[in-house]
Design a protein around this ligand. Structure first.
Ligand SMILES: C[S@@+](CC[C@H](N)C(=O)[O-])C[C@H]1O[C@@H](n2cnc3c(N)ncnc32)[C@H](O)[C@@H]1O
Length: 394
């Protein structure tokens, strides 16, 4: 999560500005910097990528958000009103302490050990988070489209919380999972039950933005950007918000539901109409190739191949395997870049680095060799990593 580092004497004034604009992260708290001279203020994902006015003077640091204990205490207190103390203590770590917010949805993982208390968990979580409309249990990610299996377990109807059998009486609009998420000053429409979307990737997207700006400085012109696994398009939201950064654009995905949401999003971000429903890859406007396509086949299309400065590869389970099919997308007449994410066993990261380097063309002198950086744990042994490769011109 982004935090603004503010000297102690200026904290109150800065907090005033941030609160007035709704840019503080709800449920997280301000804490001291390591040297004690400043405070770190957690920023909401919706706050602009570049803060305006006096806020721009302060450093932005990436840091794990520190939860406001009051919310945690509230939910446990509400749980204690439903479940006896001995059971709460006995189940310990199994109670869901982590959660993800997607618009006014909240997603939690329910461990088997506490599954029989799902209704109580729902009432306590919704009681402690009054801005949440719908609580969903996360049963994991499935299939080629990487869609999360989500189950409604609680909903708020006016001042009542519905859970268990009472959920059957919830009106359909209360159970809708299509939501608008604000990120870096842009609104992203998504539906986590129909297409992959993760709020946790905002940091990744901001890093991509920084790399794209560096590349624009290198090339001296807007970039031709290809996002062949674009989902609903969140990486493009951040890039398109930066003036004169994106020239031509390729946005494709294999999931028709993702493409439909992508079109809704592009109509807003790109300020011109896109189709109302999913369509095969086509040229919607001058320099705008969008739609349904298999990324691994795009390199065979002479209208698409060899035309892109920056190619994004966000299919972490298969990134390394697909690299050879994606390289033909790059325009090798000048410098180009592949930016990717991969899931790799921690013990085999060096092996994966060697595989990435072996499938890429020669990298640009003066730029770091592509190397996986661990971003977070994916499981006990697997790590979610990212990398970027600057490719030399032919
Ligand atoms: C991990 S998601 C990333 C989505 C998006 N880039 C994001 O950051 O939210 C991977 C996406 O790749 C899509 N996908 C999987 N295989 C594909 C293929 N062969 N060609 C194009 N898209 C594919 C899935 O439907 C999914 O939307």
């Amino acid at each position: 999560m982004r935090h603004l580092v503010v000297p102690n004497r200026e904290v109150e004034a800065v907090l005033g500005h941030i609160r007035a604009r709704g840019w503080g992260a709800v449920g997280f708290r301000v804490f001291s910097s390591d040297d004690g001279r400043g405070r770190l203020i957690p920023l909401d994902a919706g706050a602009p990528a570049e803060l305006p006015g006096m806020l721009a003077e302060f450093e932005v640091q990436m840091h794990e958000g520190v939860e406001d204990e009051r919310v945690e205490t509230d939910w446990l207190a509400l749980l204690a009103a439903e479940v006896d103390e001995a059971t709460i203590a006995e189940k310990g770590e199994a109670w869901p302490s982590n959660h993800e917010f997607v618009g006014d949805l909240m997603i939690v993982r329910i461990e088997d050990a506490v599954a029989e208390y799902t209704d109580s968990i729902a009432r306590a979580k919704l009681g402690a988070h009054p801005h949440i409309r719908l609580l969903l249990a996360d049963d994991g990610v499935e299939g080629e489209f990487r869609i999360r299996q989500l189950r409604p377990i609680g909903a708020r109807l006016a001042d009542r919380v519905l859970a268990g059998p009472t959920l059957e009486f919830a009106p359909p609009e209360l159970l809708t999972t299509e939501v608008a998420v604000k990120e870096s000053g842009r609104v992203i429409r998504c539906d986590p039950t129909r297409a992959y979307f993760s709020t946790k990737l905002q940091t990744e997207r901001l890093e991509t933005l920084a790399l794209a700006k560096e590349m624009r400085a290198e090339l001296g012109r807007p970039l031709r950007v290809a996002d062949p696994f674009c989902g609903v398009g969140p990486a493009l939201a951040t890039l398109l918000a930066e003036p004169d950064l994106v020239g031509d654009l390729l946005a494709a995905d294999l999931n028709p539901d993702a493409v439909e949401l992508l079109f809704t999003n592009l109509s807003k971000w790109d300020k011109r109409p896109y189709p109302n429903e999913s369509r095969e890859l086509h040229r919607a406007h001058e320099g705008r190739f969008v739609g349904l396509a298999d990324a691994t086949k795009l390199g065979e299309d002479s209208d698409i191949a060899g035309k892109w400065d920056l190619v994004l590869v966000n299919l972490p389970h298969r990134t390394i395997e697909f690299l050879p099919e994606l390289i033909p997308l790059l325009d090798r007449s000048g410098p180009s870049m592949i930016r990717g994410r991969a899931i790799v066993e921690e013990a085999r990261i060096e092996e994966a680095n060697a595989a990435i380097r072996a499938s890429l063309p020669p990298t640009m002198p003066g730029k770091p060799e592509p190397a996986l950086r661990i971003k977070r744990d994916y499981s006990a042994s697997l790590r979610l990593c990212s990398f970027e490769a600057w490719i030399e011109s032919n």
